[in-house]
Write a protein that binds this ligand. Structure first.
Ligand SMILES: [Zn+2]
Length: 449
């Protein structure tokens, strides 16, 4: 049994799909006008891992996973103008980069990747229905969703009206009946990309894109809707309002799953703050995709993840150890302890700590479920990765990682037997060599001073 934390009910609930043969999951995908950063990679990795778990539990063909590509947007139009090219030149380039970068992190492509520019008729049809139902209105070439027409508006973010207006950073525009109303359709100037519609030539707003694509590809009510925390308001709130009002009150999604931010220092990593680091840069520095994936899975998905050099180094050390312990074995059954951790709201830190107790075939299969140990040990250690033995010979390491791990295991056993004198002796011995042990909720880790 999988349990998932649902943002709508603010509870961890047993995951019961509507139809076990066709479980539906939708995750808001990239707006393709620039290279994805590590913060953008987190939902891709988290929901890829959830997809692997659902398929393990319900069967390989049980899940239909859709992730959209936003290929019409004002930022895309601006990037195309700056380069003097068609928007499609920008979107095709950055979609290819996105798939390459995520592929390097072991993210499998979704089953369906709808593109906004290919789905305009579905969006126009949904907007028309919203107008007919009295939930949207036309004004000066725009169509707006009327927030006051939907008494349940705010159900996901649970914000009051003032906070919603402030949070949406809405423009006070003369064509809006209410400042909280949001755009479903807007006019395009002649030189700008646009489509004919009952309201003149224009283009869709971002929110209606997801509602229309979900309806067309997955259905009126889906099982899981995912994305980053920052999408709760206004994007997902608006998706809920549009879909529910278009579908006679049917819920859009049965479980709303949101991942936390990747932080740089004390700030969220974001393009607008200019504090981003991309998987492409990290890969170019020689880090392996699997190392970045493990780093992204090292915190629980709902928690913030501080991105540091130490985090990457630790992820690499863990993978070196796992590759050594797995040897060249073939995958077999996934370990129950690892599964139990993942079934509990995708507790990847616990699953990773349980992996470290495994070896051989069970380790390989369990790590594979997390998208890890996808290479042979031989491949992993070749490819320019220095061995501990080499590092020791050159004086970089005082002892090999295995021997540190062995002492950590000895110390854990001593503590379990309440032999604290011995446990402290091991800690002090390592400290004297400049190796600091840190006890955390998921076991003991170590770092060099
Ligand atoms: Zn969306």
């Amino acid at each position: 049994m999988i349990r998932l934390h649902d943002t709508l009910t603010r509870e961890k609930r047993e995951f019961i799909p509507l139809n076990r043969e066709r479980i539906t999951m939708y995750v808001c995908g990239p707006t393709v006008y620039g290279r994805a950063h590590i913060g953008n990679a987190r939902p891709a990795v988290v929901f890829d891992t959830l997809a692997r778990l659902v398929r393990h539990e319900f069967g390989g063909k049980s899940l239909v996973y859709a992730r959209n590509v936003t290929d019409v947007d004002d930022k895309i139009i601006a990037a195309a103008e700056a380069e003097g090219v068609e928007p499609s030149v920008i979107t095709e380039r950055f979609e290819r980069h996105y798939l390459d970068d995520m592929g390097a992190l072991g993210v499998r492509p979704p089953d369906i990747a709808p593109h906004a520019t290919q789905e305009i008729p579905a969006m126009v049809a949904m907007i028309q229905r919203l107008i007919e139902h009295g939930n949207a209105y036309e004004a000066q070439g725009h169509v707006l969703f009327s927030v006051l027409s939907d008494p349940d508006y705010g159900v996901l973010s649970k914000r009051d009206r003032e906070a919603m207006i402030a949070g949406a950073r809405v423009e006070i525009a003369p064509y809006k009946r209410d400042p909280a109303d949001f755009v479903l359709w807007k006019p395009s100037a002649e030189e700008v990309i646009g489509w004919d519609s009952p309201w003149g030539r224009g283009r869709p707003g971002w929110h209606v894109e997801c509602s229309a694509m979900i309806e067309r590809h997955l259905g009126e009510t889906i099982d899981i809707h995912g994305g980053g925390l920052d999408l709760i308001f206004p994007h997902h709130e608006n998706e809920i309002a549009q879909s529910r009002c278009a579908h006679g009150g049917l819920p859009l999604a049965r479980y709303w799953v949101h991942n936390g931010f990747v932080d740089m220092g004390s700030e969220k990593m974001s393009k607008s703050l200019g504090n981003i680091i991309t998987p492409a840069e990290l890969l170019a520095q020689g880090h392996k995709g699997e190392t970045l994936r493990l780093a992204l899975l090292s915190a629980h998905y709902r928690q913030p993840l501080p991105w540091t050099e130490a985090l990457i180094a630790q992820a690499k050390a863990i993978l070196d150890r796992l590759y050594r312990a797995s040897g060249e074995s073939e995958a077999s059954e996934v370990d129950e302890g690892v599964l139990e951790a993942l079934r509990d709201d995708l507790n990847t830190p616990l699953a990773l700590s349980r992996l470290s107790a495994l070896e051989g075939r069970a380790l390989k299969a369990s790590a594979n479920l997390l998208g890890l140990l996808q290479h042979s040990a031989d491949e992993w250690f070749r490819g320019g990765v220095l061995t501990d033995v080499t590092l020791q010979a050159t004086g970089v390491l005082t002892r090999t990682r295995e021997s540190v791990d062995r002492l950590i295991a000895e110390r854990a056993a001593a503590k379990k037997n309440r032999d604290f004198a011995n446990a402290d002796r091991i800690r002090d011995e390592l400290k004297a060599e400049g190796i600091v042990l840190e006890d955390g909720p998921n076991g003991t880790t170590w770092r060099r001073e």
